[in-house]
Design a binder for this molecule. Structure first.
Ligand code: NAD
Length: 375
């Protein structure tokens, strides 16, 4: 059984497996092929992969010889031959054409961004591991761009008040951003539609902004659901009021599979202090700020709006360390101790993440979206 790891390319600095993960896979008698320089940007050299027991190969050889191919960002479907297993992050509810191509090519494609949020799935939950990194990095970027200190300073040259940080969305990224901003000494306020996160916010030293009347759905598995118009209006008023007083706004609000809710309007930005920074982590799904441009930084009336959609790539060594564990744990779900493959689609994690298999779109949510698009 051969596992192949492709180099990512473009602006992506991460890699799906590090040498330490190769060593673990070798114990199962798996062969591991790594594309030359795949780990260089993550501080892992070809020599370290070789020492761990991998073979360095060309992309063509890896695509031809591997049974299972790992790549963080999806490869071209035309590179994938029938019968191969692909483990990647496909964003399949949006990248419908790619899904159809992979199905057409006879590829068994797993997408790790479709992992359910259950206790058992935590070890393969790349959305959580990457959101943790992104929440941390987002705050550091904000602090470095802000023309103010984060902490309070009292000195002979006067007293400097602490910066105020407003975090929208207290999921994995938002809570990590809160913890990081608090460590840097800022005053942090957090808003989320799920009242369940209030205690977590408070335990990390944040102030929870409450609005009554939020809709919650236990069946949504800990995720947010769409809110009523009345709630949205109240929410808008409160966010405007708090954004005006903030130096930094970190946007992380999302409802999975939907366009990100717009919570910061152009008008709100125009009331913010000159020099303020908005980090819109939801840029990849449209942004929580009306003015966000994905993967661009714009300055509007002296407010800097940063729409970086891949902060984890800016911390590639540790991001790859976490991803390597996530990918390895995922492989362990269908590769036995003797190195044989057993695709048990009764397993909730394999079932949720398998997007295409034997020429068909296997994932129900993705098939539904495709059906809807074809109407
Ligand atoms: P999550 O689902 O854990 O958290 C999102 C939070 O937003 C939830 O707590 C939810 O209740 C809240 N929310 C939903 N609608 C809201 C609303 N109208 N107002 C206030 N809160 C609302 O998601 P996560 O893993 O923390 O990721 C957050 C966002 O960050 C996502 O958009 C994700 O794609 C993005 N992300 C960006 C990067 C990057 O590098 N830019 C990296 C990882 C994740």
């Amino acid at each position: 059984m051969i596992i192949g790891v492709l180099r990512e390319g473009g602006t992506e600095n991460r890699v799906a497996l590090l040498p330490e993960n190769v060593a673990a896979l070798k114990k199962k008698n798996l062969e591991v092929l790594i594309e030359s320089d795949a780990g260089t940007s993550s501080c892992a050299s070809n020599e370290e992969y070789l020492d761990a027991g991998a073979r360095i190969q060309t992309r063509g050889n890896i695509l031809r010889d591997s049974d299972v191919i790992l790549k963080i960002n999806p490869p071209e479907a035309s590179d994938m031959a029938s019968g191969k297993i692909l483990v990647s992050i496909l964003n399949p509810l949006v990248n419908i054409k790619l899904v159809q191509q992979l199905a057409g090519a006879g590829v068994t494609a797993f997408s790790l961004d479709m992992v359910p949020r259950s206790s058992r799935a935590q070890a393969v939950d790349i959305l959580s591991s990457m959101a943790t990194i992104a929440g941390y990095k987002a705050v550091l970027v904000a602090a470095s761009k802000l023309p103010n200190f984060f902490p309070m300073f009292m000195s002979a040259s006067g007293t400097i008040r602490p910066s105020r940080v407003l975090i929208l969305g207290a999921g994995v990224a938002g809570l990590q951003a809160l913890a990081t901003a608090k460590k840097l000494g800022a005053v942090v306020e957090v808003f989320d539609v799920r009242a369940a996160v209030k205690e977590e916010v408070m335990s990390l030293g944040g102030k929870f902004i409450e609005i009554e009347g939020a809709r919650e759905d236990a069946a949504a598995g800990g995720y947010a659901v769409e809110q009523t118009e009345e709630f949205k209006r109240k929410q808008q008023e409160l966010i405007d009021e708090h954004a005006k007083k903030s130096n930094v706004v970190i946007c992380t609000a999302q409802i999975p599979g939907k366009k990100a809710p717009v919570l910061i309007s152009r008008e709100t930005v125009e009331t913010m202090k000159p020099g303020s920074v908005i980090i819109d982590m939801a840029a990849g799904s449209g942004g929580n700020c009306e003015l966000t441009k994905k993967d661009e930084t714009i300055i509007h009336k002296q407010v800097r709006i940063i729409g970086n959609s891949n902060f984890p790539s800016r911390m590639p060594a540790d991001a790859s360390k976490m991803l390597g564990v996530n990918f390895t744990n995922f492989l362990n779900l269908f590769i036995g101790e003797d190195g044989s493959i057993n695709l048990d689609f009764e397993d909730e994690i394999l079932k949720s993440t398998c997007i295409t298999h034997e020429g068909e779109v296997k994932n129900e949510r993705v098939a539904e979206v495709i059906g809807f698009e074809n109407q």
